[in-house]
Design a protein around this ligand. Structure first.
Ligand SMILES: [Fe+2]
Ligand SMILES: [Fe+2]
Length: 203
């Protein structure tokens, strides 16, 4: 077992212990995302340990209430745009990234970007970001709660961009039905992937 423990990212154990203190449902979600992120990392050729580390950390601020998210964002000096004021849940990604850097000493910019943008996506995501973004949407508990995500899961193994476009399309329909504003990063992410698919831009 020693070789395996040496291969594991040293901060994973620290984050795993922090996750164990979160409410059970959230901890189970995060464990599911880690498993999916490891699986997708191997399929799509990104570092499994970095994917696992980002997955362990992505939801560490998920238990904060809307008012706590707004207060914490201000404490951390994060810019809060009007859409985030309206939907503070979007801030649990940027706040997680700030905490992973400040409190856990993570300095891998790509891992921090995974946490930061997992709530909105963004144009030009790295493959690592895409792996964990998709893993977050297709873990078993999420798919049980939102059966339409099974389509995202079907696409994820062979085409991460198609899986993300499917998820963003579903989000667009839901946002339109419920009258939610769309975050600028979400619109930019979808346009970026659609244009790349049409051959008008690189991904
Ligand atoms: Fe999240
Ligand atoms: Fe999550």
């Amino acid at each position: 077992m020693l070789w395996y423990r040496c291969a594991m990212h040293p901060l994973i154990e620290t984050l795993r212990a922090a996750v164990a203190c979160l409410p059970r449902g959230l901890a189970e979600h995060i464990e599911g995302v880690v498993a999916e992120a490891r699986r997708l990392a191997l399929l799509h050729g990104v570092d499994e340990e970095r994917a696992a580390l980002a997955a362990w950390g992505h939801d560490i601020a998920r238990t904060l209430s809307p008012s706590e998210l707004l207060a914490e964002a201000r404490r951390l000096g994060l810019a809060v745009d009007p859409v985030e004021e309206e939907a503070p849940i979007l801030l649990h990604g940027p706040i997680a990234a700030a905490l992973l850097s400040r409190d856990y000493g993570i300095d891998d910019a790509e891992v921090l970007a995974v946490a930061r943008y997992h709530t909105t996506a963004r144009a030009g995501m790295s493959t690592l970001e895409k792996v964990v973004f998709v893993a977050d949407k297709i873990e078993a508990g999420k798919v049980r709660a939102e059966p339409a995500l099974a389509r995202v899961r079907q696409l994820a193994d062979r085409d991460l961009n198609a899986a993300i476009l499917e998820h963003l399309g579903q989000h667009l329909v839901e946002a339109s039905r419920r009258g939610w504003p769309l975050h600028a990063n979400t619109v930019a992410a979808r346009n970026h992937l659609l244009l790349a698919r049409a051959g008008r831009g690189q991904d």
